[in-house]
Design a protein around this ligand. Structure first.
Ligand code: GLU
Length: 304
C-alpha cells in the first residue's frame, strides 16, 4: 500500500474545508494558536512511518491526556476504579454538569471532564509526585524526553475554569474526590496542557496498539487486558457526544482534544495522529475527522 500517496490524496481532498470551524477560545491561550495548520503522522507497527504537513509541531493535547491518566489510574486501582467512574458513553458534551447531577456524582466515563477530574484525584492520592510521574510516563511512551507541560496554557485554563470547578465541587459533594478541589483542578489542567506533536502522539499510542508486547513503566503495567479495556473506552467514549459518529465514519478507537489533535489506532497494525486546530461544534477537529474518515476509506483498513 502506498501510504504516503494516500496521505497526500487525503490532504488534497480535505483542503476545501481548511477554513471551516474555529479553534477553541474558551481557554484564552488556545485562542492564540494559528488555526491554519494541519499535520498527520502514520506509524505502521514494525517500523515504517509516513507524514505530511506540520506533523512535528507541538500543540496542546488537552483531552488526549485523559488516555494517559486512565492508564496510570487503572494500573493503580485496578477494577476498583470502576466503583468511582462508569464506562458508558455519555452522549453529552465533555463538560456537562447535568448528567453528573442526575447520576449522583459518578461520572459516566473517564474521558468526559468529570471522569478525568476523578482520575486526577486518584493520581494525587496515590503518587508521591503526580506531576513528575505523569510527564515521565508520557515521555517514556513517546520516546521523547523533551515533552513538557505548558505552564502558560495550564494557568490560562485555570484562570477561567469555572465549569470544571463546578464539576469538581459536585464530585466533592458526592464524596467522589479525596483531595482539595484546587489541587485536583491544578493537576487536571497541567495534564491537559502537555504539548506533543503528531509524531509524539502516534509513537506514544503504539503502547495501546501493541497488546502482544505489554508496556511497563515505573509500576504502570499496560497488560493485554488493560489495553483491551482502554481501547474499548476510546471506541465508545473518545469523541465526546460524537463517539458514535466517529465509529461510523472512521471505524477506529481514538481520542480527540480541543487543541485540535486526534489520535487513533488499529490494534496490531498502526497508529495515526492528526492535528488541525479548527473545531466543529462538538469540540473535534474538522480537518482531523475528515482526514481519518478518508484514510480508512482509501486504505480500506478499519477495525470493522
Ligand atoms: N482542558 C479542557 C477542558 O477541560 C479539555 C477539553 C477537551 O480537550 O476535551 O475543558
Amino acid at each position: 500500500m502506498n501510504y504516503q500517496q494516500i496521505l497526500e490524496d487525503v490532504y488534497q481532498e480535505i483542503k476545501p474545508f481548511e477554513k471551516d470551524g474555529k479553534q477553541a477560545d474558551y481557554i484564552p491561550a488556545l485562542a492564540q494558536v494559528d488555526p491554519d495548520q494541519f499535520g498527520v503522522y502514520l506509524n505502521i507497527l514494525g517500523g515504517e512511518h509516513y507524514s505530511l504537513g506540520a506533523y512535528d509541531t507541538k500543540f496542546s493535547i488537552q483531552s488526549i491526556s485523559k488516555v494517559f491518566s486512565l492508564a496510570i489510574a487503572l494500573s493503580i486501582l485496578g477494577k476498583d476504579l470502576w466503583t468511582r467512574i462508569g464506562k458508558e458513553p455519555s452522549g453529552s458534551a465533555f463538560n456537562s454538569l447535568v448528567q453528573l447531577e442526575y447520576e449522583s456524582g459518578k461520572p459516566r466515563n473517564p474521558f468526559i471532564n468529570a471522569g478525568a477530574i476523578v482520575l486526577a484525584d486518584v493520581l494525587l492520592s496515590n503518587l508521591e509526585n503526580p506531576e513528575e510521574f505523569f510527564i515521565n510516563f508520557v515521555r517514556t511512551l513517546a520516546g521523547n524526553p523533551d515533552i513538557q507541560y505548558s505552564q502558560e496554557v495550564a494557568d490560562s485554563e485555570l484562570s477561567c475554569s469555572y465549569l470544571n470547578a463546578s464539576i469538581a465541587y459536585l464530585l466533592k459533594h458526592h464524596g467522589n474526590l479525596e483531595n482539595d478541589v484546587a489541587d485536583v483542578l491544578h493537576l487536571y489542567c497541567m495534564m491537559c496542557s502537555v504539548e506533543m506533536s503528531c509524531k509524539d502522539l502516534a509513537q506514544a499510542f503504539t503502547a495501546f496498539a501493541r497488546s502482544n508486547e505489554p508496556f511497563s513503566h515505573a509500576g504502570v503495567n499496560l497488560t493485554v487486558s488493560r489495553v483491551k479495556r482502554i481501547n474499548a473506552i476510546m471506541q465508545t467514549c473518545g469523541f465526546y457526544d460524537e463517539a458514535g459518529e466517529f465509529a461510523f465514519l472512521v471505524g477506529l478507537p481514538g481520542k480527540s482534544g480541543v487543541g485540535g489533535g486526534i489520535v487513533a489506532l488499529y490494534p496490531s497494525k498502526y497508529t495515526i495522529a492528526v492535528w488541525s486546530p479548527r473545531l466543529n461544534g462538538r469540540g473535534n477537529s474538522i480537518m482531523g475527522l475528515k482526514a481519518l474518515e478518508l484514510f480508512t476509506t482509501l486504505t480500506t483498513e478499519s477495525i470493522f
